[in-house]
Design a protein around this ligand. Structure first.
Ligand SMILES: *[C@@H]1O[C@H](CO)[C@@H](O)[C@H](O)[C@H]1NC(C)=O
Ligand SMILES: *[C@@H]1O[C@H](CO)[C@@H](O)[C@H](O)[C@H]1NC(C)=O
Ligand SMILES: *[C@@H]1O[C@H](CO)[C@@H](O)[C@H](O)[C@H]1NC(C)=O
Ligand SMILES: *[C@@H]1O[C@H](CO)[C@@H](O)[C@H](O)[C@H]1NC(C)=O
Length: 477
């Protein structure tokens, strides 16, 4: 049972790690993580300082200093908390991602389902090896799936990287579906937008929704013994494994999936923008957003982005665990509610016209020069949003909350520029006048808007932010 007080504590921004703990994170003692000798000496030398700091932290934050820290950011407080509960039980970032992703298939059925598509970046900041990319869309829509696609992909990553038992990761979503959850505002908006009123009985935001058929399906999935579960995954249907691409921009290494994702296009766009040499103060100019939109729109045009890629729905899970495993996970459907029919198993099937490559992107960013510098895990629905986030974080130097909540433009399927009419802050009139030169008056798009959830570490400080567009709240401990 979680009280309101607990929730408030868990969802604070900016929790410093407990300094000096064994295993507390790699930046506690020395920037020079690789030289063990120096590490130990400094640790010894600063023991007193560390103890004092720990005491101060303890006093400052009361007795909430539990174990080392981790965070999960999703489009639902419930799903973020399910993720951190897995970390608290000793699960790693991959375990937390599995549990949170299944939870999202329950509470955000407009954005993803058990049959959803997904992409994943998996990175360890201690080894600092190039992140692994796992693409659940193996490009083979005819592959036989005895399990729905999202479940099959999660079973595969569990086999490869998971640490807690499968059942423990699926059970929370099964329980949530059966016990019910508060209907998110975005779900109701999506029903209206997609004219999907016949899928659910009349829903009101804030009411309890119980999904018994889905809960029973998740229970069956939870009950599959691991040795049987893994036999469902075969070379014909398994996710595609590759290495991430890296581009160094403004002193940061940006990691994204390569072809066939929109990752290479994103990196080209960043490269184009790099040639403008924008500084932090330039980002305050009215003209700046216009330049960003112009360069991005041109690239969409040059690369025929809207014909090559399909922009579906998107929701992302960002996780950092106690061992500096970072996971960026994006999942979604071809369109709100996929094929628009709920199966007897309680979930919607996705639409899979071929060949379909979606625009969604998981992203991981690290400081290219300092191990303890800024590290970010985020996801974006398309490369135009990814560009704006990267520029806001790495050039404008905004903190995660400001970067995520900032006004955004969006390149529509027909190449026009769209903006969000009902998200604050809005663009100023001056910025809008500039944008008008790119298109007619920017198109005012209806809600719900696609979100981006971020987890960040700077030295040992952990921040996270769930986008208000998605209605979620990040969880930390
Ligand atoms: C950006 O900086 C590079 C290298 O200093 C310079 O060659 C280039 O002309 C600059 N670009 C602009 C638009 O000022
Ligand atoms: C984009 O489409 C145009 C016309 O359909 C074609 O000529 C061009 O080669 C395409 N560009 C790319 C990068 O695919
Ligand atoms: C982000 O910056 C804003 C404005 O500078 C500030 O109000 C807010 O507290 C900051 N948030 C975090 C998490 O540091
Ligand atoms: C592009 O699409 C938007 C939204 O679908 C529509 O409102 C707008 O008129 C279209 N613009 C052009 C130039 O076709």
């Amino acid at each position: 049972m979680t009280t309101v007080g607990d929730a408030a504590l868990e969802t604070r921004e900016n929790i410093p790690l407990q300094k000096g703990r064994k295993n507390a994170g790699l930046c506690s003692c020395s920037e020079d993580y690789l030289s063990g000798f120096k590490f130990i000496n400094i640790a010894f030398g600063s023991l007193t300082v560390i103890i004092t700091a720990a005491l101060l932290v303890q006093i400052y934050y009361g007795d909430y200093q539990v174990t080392p820290h981790g965070s999960v950011a999703t489009d639902s407080l419930e799903c973020s908390k399910i993720g951190t509960s897995i970390l608290k039980k000793g699960g790693n970032s991959i375990d937390a991602t599995i549990a949170s992703a299944l939870c999202l298939s329950v509470v955000t059925p407009h954005l993803t389902s058990l049959d959803g598509d997904a992409q994943m970046l998996i990175y360890n900041h201690r080894t600092r090896l190039t992140p692994d990319v796992i693409d659940f869309n193996n490009g083979n829509p005819d592959a036989e799936h005895l399990l729905p696609r999202l479940v099959l992909g999660l079973a595969f990553v569990h086999q490869q990287y998971g640490s807690l038992p499968w059942k423990e990761l699926v059970q929370p979503a099964a329980d949530l579906a059966r016990q019910g959850f508060l209907i998110p505002k975005m779900l109701v908006q999506a029903i209206k937008e997609a004219k999907a009123e016949d899928l659910y009985r009349r829903l009101e935001p804030g009411q309890l929704l119980q999904l018994e058929a889905l809960g029973n399906t998740l229970q069956q999935i939870a009950n599959i013994p691991e040795k049987d579960l893994y036999t469902f995954v075969n070379p014909n249907n398994q996710p595609v494994f590759s290495q991430a691409l890296r581009y160094t921009f403004n002193g940061f290494d940006i990691y994204v999936p390569g072809t066939p994702s929109t990752g290479p296009a994103l990196l080209s766009n960043i490269r184009q923008l790099e040639s403008f040499n924008f500084t932090e103060s330039d980002t305050l100019n009215t003209e700046y957003v216009y330049r960003l939109a112009e360069v991005t729109q041109n690239l969409y045009d040059d690369l025929n982005m809207t014909t090559k890629f399909h922009e579906g729905t998107s929701t992302n899970v960002a996780v950092m665990d106690l061992d500096d495993n970072y996971v960026s996970f994006t999942t979604g459907l071809y369109t709100f509610f996929g094929a628009g029919e709920i199966t007897t198993s309680g979930y919607t099937l996705d639409v899979r016209p071929r060949p379909t490559r979606c625009t969604r992107l998981p992203i991981i960013i690290t400081d290219a020069n300092a191990i303890c510098g800024r590290r970010l895990v985020l996801g974006a629905n398309d490369m135009s949003l990814a560009t704006q986030l990267i520029m806001a974080l790495l050039v404008a130097n905004h903190n995660v909350s400001i970067a995520v909540e900032a006004a955004r433009f969006h390149i529509l399927n027909n190449g026009s520029v769209g903006i969000e009419g009902s998200h604050t802050p809005l663009f100023s009139e001056d910025v809008l006048k500039y944008l008008e030169t790119l298109t007619a008056r920017p198109i005012l798009e209806p809600e719900p808007y696609m979100s981006s959830n971020v987890v960040e570490k700077v030295k040992d400080d952990l921040n996270s932010h769930s986008d208000s567009r998605g209605g979620g709240i990040a969880s930390r401990f």
